[in-house]
Write a protein that binds this ligand. Structure first.
Ligand code: ADP
Ligand code: MG
Length: 364
């Protein structure tokens, strides 16, 4: 199946003028538009049209986006498939709003809603099963900044600035030494997640960095044990670094080298997407840590990309590059495969798992 690409256009903000992005629908009966229209910056008389699976405008609520795009993936997760959801876009277009969201219930983003949905399904799953079953959920959360991986469950003053190494583990790339926290309830999760997000901003300050330059990756591991079999599936929710070209915002005279002006791993990601599109033999996935982890087109995850866009002219050029990137990404095919159950006796294949469980005794 192809990667699902949807665009989300955030509302115009108070001090913003000149809306240039609009939506349209290629088929009249669809309830959602599926096209984004934007003028050609070199010739305003000309309009570029991009088509995606769905386009969400500024009326779309957090709940609607979640219900349409993310809730359906939970079923696959419980069926043994891996899921990846990532937000792509320039800084200020709504990636963090989409993934993390605000404090209030209505403003909660995709991540807390996903966890909430997983717990709900876990309880239902355990309750309705005719055999003894246990569902364990654990969480990891890390960021990639400047090609280094930092565990966000570790306090910034306790961790090594060198970051954590990656290792290839069969078809997946894993972060060595990453903390995995068992999470029994949504409350547990929210506490951990808030603390980790605080770690994220403190560490950014410490590194004299901006959090918009780092990728934040939340990993959810679901282990379903039935009898003596365990099946593990994972969901990854990724808030990517800002995709803007800093040459436009930075000092024009002091023209930075390309790898520094465009986030290096996003540059690699774009190269990978181009290479996959051309069906090249060599896909430069291993050229950056983020692309190794995301493993686009090579992994077997059900993948949804949310393209965040700002509707106004100040973002014109960056919006256009984002749209072009998304246009190539939507053509990538992924062969989703089910994770095979592992017997408890062969649990060496499973990294130590310390999730707490939601259990159900068999019906008698
Ligand atoms: P990014 O993470 O891409 O840099 P943010 O998520 O921080 O962008 O969003 C930038 C600003 O726009 C924030 O103030 C955010 O609350 C607001 N915003 C983004 N998307 C929406 C939306 N769909 N509805 C309301 N406000 C939004
Ligand atoms: Mg952000």
């Amino acid at each position: 199946m192809a990667i699902r690409v949807v665009a989300r256009i955030r509302p115009q903000q108070q001090n913003e003028l000149d809306v240039i992005v609009s939506t349209a629908s290629s088929n009249d009966d669809s309830s959602h538009p599926n096209q984004v229209k934007i003028p050609n910056p070199r010739n305003e008389g000309e309009t570029f049209t991009f088509q995606f699976n769905t386009v969400y405008d500024h009326f779309t609520t957090q709940q609607q986006l979640f219900d349409n795009e993310v809730a359906p993936t939970i079923k696959h997760l419980f069926g043994g498939f891996d899921v990846a959801i990532f937000a792509y876009g320039s800084t200020g277009t709504g990636k963090t709003h989409t993934m993390r969201g605000g404090k209030s219930l209505a403003e909660r983003g995709v991540i807390p809603r996903l966890l909430s949905g997983i717990y709900r399904r876990a309880r239902k799953f355990a309750k309705e099963s005719v055999v003894e079953i246990s569902v364990k959920i654990s969480i990891s959360y890390y960021e990639i900044y400047n090609s280094k991986v930092y565990d966000l469950f570790e306090a910034p003053d306790k961790r090594s600035l060198a970051g954590l190494p990656l290792r290839d583990n069969g078809t997946k790339t894993v972060v060595v030494g990453l903390t995995e926290r068992p999470c029994e309830s949504l409350k547990d999760f929210e506490k951990l997640y808030d603390q980790a997000n605080m770690n994220r901003s403190t560490s950014a300050t410490k590194l004299n960095a901006v959090s918009s330059r780092s990728h934040a990756i939340l990993g959810i591991k679901l282990a379903v044990t039935t009898g003596d079999q365990i099946r593990i599936s994972t969901a990854s929710a990724i808030d990517l670094a800002g995709s803007e070209d800093n040459r436009r915002t930075g000092n024009q005279k002091e023209r930075m080298v390309e790898s520094a002006s465009i986030n290096k791993s996003l540059f690699t990601l774009a190269k990978c997407v181009e290479a996959i599109g051309r069906q090249d033999v060599r896909i430069p996935i291993r050229d950056s840590k983020m692309t190794r982890i995301l493993n686009l087109g090579q992994n077997h995850s059900l993948t949804v990309m949310i393209l965040n866009l700002a509707p106004v002219r100040t973002y014109h050029q960056d919006t256009l590059s984002s749209l072009n990137f998304a246009n190539r990404t939507k053509k990538i095919e992924v062969r989703e495969t089910e994770n095979e159950p592992v017997f408890k006796g062969c649990a060496r294949a499973i990294p130590t798992f310390r999730g707490t469980s939601i259990q159900r005794q068999p019906l008698r």
